[in-house]
Design a protein around this ligand. Structure first.
Ligand code: AMP
Length: 307
């Protein structure tokens, strides 16, 4: 079953303790789709400027991403410049230029309106709502947001939350949205705002999933070297939604497996700058890391049970 994603397609400049990468293809919708396409067909709704390079378009289309909904407008593509601290869980945004995103009014194509799986990546919640308004009863709607919208558009965001099945936030955003410092209390408070499931992304500490009946936690896959954490959250969401779309069922069990696949995909993207690692990734590598992940977290793993 196919997935529609709306969100940023960007040129990022990234500085991390491991080095820097100027003007590389990024954006939340880009990371999401490059990860999700391993599992299900993906269609992007976004806008880029006249400076968007043919080779960037080629990167996406050659990985089977449907770009009919990628508008190109006069002006510049969205740009983001970030710098990570020694502790790569924290970063400073040095600049953001919305550029063509400023006047963006997403319009879905007829087949996109009928999509089963919709991911509202981090953009203005008014635009997220306008995309949702255009769809005809998707089976699953997931969405992301950021501190800026929690601070500046809290009323619009709170109106949107009951319409979202699965909300993804990082720990800082969960605290900000709920007004609770403790993440369990924050999780419970956010579920009361509407989403059926909440995923709290905690960088190298993994992911916490909250639903009305249960709580589920996975670590991040431990890596010897992290080069660039940019896009880890969106890549997680891509693996997560991708798995659900491929599986076709949304149950506590498939949600838990989806969290593991999301974490597996995120563990790859941070190994190189930008999209580089995802672009060279194979199914075999995903499969192997999925198995390594299960073994990492399973205290009754069959490999050790007879000893
Ligand atoms: P993540 O590391 O998962 O938070 O995502 C990083 C990506 O989000 C980068 O590729 C940026 O281009 C994109 N991004 C950063 N700020 C914004 C924003 N205000 N709106 C939309 N996308 C953004």
């Amino acid at each position: 079953m196919s997935i529609v994603v709306v969100g940023s397609v960007a040129y990022d400049s990234v500085e991390t303790p491991a080095g820097s990468a100027p003007d590389i293809l990024g954006g939340a919708a880009t990371y999401f789709s490059i990860a999700a396409r391993f599992f299900a067909p993906v269609s992007v709704v976004a806008v880029v400027g006249s400076d968007f390079k043919a080779e960037s378009r080629q990167v996406l289309s050659s990985h089977n991403i449907d770009l009919r909904g990628l508008e190109q407008r006069p002006g510049k593509t969205f740009r983001w410049h970030g710098r990570y601290h020694e502790d790569m869980n924290t970063r400073d945004t040095l600049s953001v230029a919305l550029n063509v995103f400023e006047g963006f009014r997403p319009t879905l194509l007829p087949d996109q309106r009928r999509c089963d799986y919709l991911f509202l990546a981090n953009i203005n919640p008014e635009l997220q709502a306008s995309v949702l308004d255009q769809t005809q009863s998707p089976r699953l709607v997931a969405g992301d947001t950021m501190n800026k919208w929690i601070a500046e558009s809290s009323a619009v965001l709170k109106k949107l939350l009951p319409r979202i099945d699965i909300l993804t936030l990082n720990d800082e955003e969960a605290r900000m949205l709920s007004g609770e410092h403790n993440l369990v209390r924050a999780g419970r408070a956010i579920l009361k705002m509407g989403p059926k499931t909440l995923l709290v992304k905690r960088g190298e500490y993994g992911v916490l999933q909250f639903s009305s009946e249960s709580m589920f936690a996975v670590p991040a896959y431990p890596l010897e070297e992290v080069i660039d954490p940019t896009g880890a959250g969106d890549t997680f969401a891509g693996g997560f939604m991708g798995f659900l779309a491929r599986n076709g069922r949304v149950t506590e069990s498939t949600l838990r497996t989806a969290v593991v696949y999301g974490s597996v995909m995120a563990s790859f993207v941070v190994e190189k700058f930008g999209l580089d690692r995802l672009l060279s990734l194979s199914w075999e590598e995903i499969d192997n890391r999925y198995r390594a992940f299960i073994e990492l977290t399973d205290s009754h793993h069959s490999r050790w049970i007879s000893q």
